[in-house]
Design a binder for this molecule. Structure first.
Ligand code: ZN
Length: 286
C-alpha cells in the first residue's frame, strides 16, 4: 500500500505525457477538400482549406511544383490546372505550411489524372506569316506578356460560369499538336473559334484587363485577370476595345475577331490559364 501514491503520480505523469504527445502528433486541425477527384489532362481541381492554421505561408504541392493559396473570407482556396504535360495517374495534392526553414504537411489527398490522346494538325502558313516566327519575336512577345502579368489580383473577380467570348465553329480544340514546316510546334494552349472578321468578342467573365496590345505572334491580344490566378486570353483580333487596367464585366466588348499575327484566317484564339497552366477552355464555358 505504501507504493500506491507514487504509482498514481507516475500514472498521471504518463497520462499527461501521452496527451501531450497526442496533441503534438495531431497538429493543427485542418480540413482539405478537393473537387473533382478525377480529371482529364486539361482539367482543373479546386482546393479548399479550412481550420486553425499555424503561422507561416500556406502552399499546395501538386504535379512537381508549388501553387499559391488565396484567402477567401474564413478559408483558403486555389485552382490547380493540368495540361498535356501533366503526368497521368494517381497524383498527390499536399497542403503544407512554410515557416522559415521548416515545412509542415497539414493534409494530403490523391486525385486521378486521366491521359487524353490529343490529336495532331498540320498548318500551312504563307511565307510572309511564317517569317514572324523568329526567336526575337518569340522573346519580345514573352516579355510583353510577362510585363502585363507582373501584378495579379488575388481575390475572385469572376461570378457564375464563364461564357464563350464569341459564337462560331471550333476549328482547333485544346491540346492539339501543331505541325508546320515538318516539325512539331507544341500543343495548342486554347481553342480556335472561327468567326467572321470584325465579329464582336466579349469578356468571358468579370475581371481586370492586364494586357490589350498587338503582340508579334498572337496579334491584337487582350488578357483578362479574373483573380485567384485565373486568366483568359483573346488573340489574333482585328481591333481592341479595352485598355490595360480597365475593369470589365461578363459580356463587355473586348475586341473584334481578326487574323492578326500568326494566323491562317479570321478566328479567335481563346485561352484559359489557371495559376500558370493553360487548361481546356471548354471545361470552363460551353
Ligand atoms: Zn489558337
Amino acid at each position: 500500500m505504501t507504493g500506491e501514491p507514487s504509482m498514481r503520480t507516475a500514472c498521471v505523469i504518463a497520462l499527461t505525457f501521452l496527451v501531450l504527445a497526442a496533441s503534438v502528433r495531431a497538429g493543427p486541425v485542418v480540413t482539405l477538400s478537393v473537387s473533382p477527384a478525377v480529371i482529364s489532362q486539361g482539367g482543373a481541381v479546386v482546393v479548399t482549406v479550412t481550420g486553425d492554421l499555424p503561422d507561416g505561408t500556406l502552399q499546395v504541392r501538386f504535379a512537381g511544383r508549388t501553387w499559391p493559396l488565396y484567402r477567401d473570407s474564413n478559408r483558403w482556396r486555389t485552382y490547380l490546372g493540368t495540361d498535356p504535360n501533366t503526368a497521368a495517374g494517381s497524383r498527390a495534392i499536399v497542403v503544407e505550411i512554410v515557416d522559415h526553414d521548416s515545412i509542415q504537411i497539414l493534409a494530403r489527398r490523391i486525385i486521378t489524372v486521366r491521359r487524353v490522346a490529343f490529336p495532331r494538325r498540320t498548318l500551312i502558313f504563307d511565307p510572309e506569316t511564317l517569317a514572324l516566327l523568329t526567336p526575337e519575336k518569340v522573346a519580345e512577345e514573352q516579355a510583353k506578356v510577362a510585363a502585363g502579368l507582373r501584378v495579379l489580383e488575388p481575390a475572385q473577380l469572376w461570378s457564375a460560369s464563364f461564357r464563350m467570348p464569341v459564337a462560331g465553329t471550333i476549328t482547333s480544340p485544346y491540346g492539339v499538336i501543331s505541325i508546320y514546316q515538318g516539325a512539331s510546334h507544341g500543343w495548342h494552349h486554347g481553342i480556335d473559334i472561327a468567326a467572321p472578321e470584325g465579329e464582336i468578342v466579349r469578356a468571358a467573365n468579370g475581371g481586370i484587363v492586364r494586357l490589350a496590345e498587338p503582340l508579334p505572334l498572337s496579334g491584337d491580344t487582350v488578357i483578362l485577370d479574373h483573380g485567384m490566378g485565373i486568366l483568359t486570353f483573346y488573340m489574333h483580333m482585328s481591333a481592341l476595345d479595352v485598355t490595360a487596367g480597365e475593369r470589365v464585366h461578363t459580356g463587355d466588348i473586348v475586341g473584334r475577331v481578326g487574323s492578326t499575327g500568326l494566323a491562317t484566317g479570321p478566328h479567335l484564339h481563346w485561352g484559359v490559364r489557371v495559376n500558370g497552366v493553360y487548361v481546356d477552355p471548354l471545361l470552363w464555358a460551353h
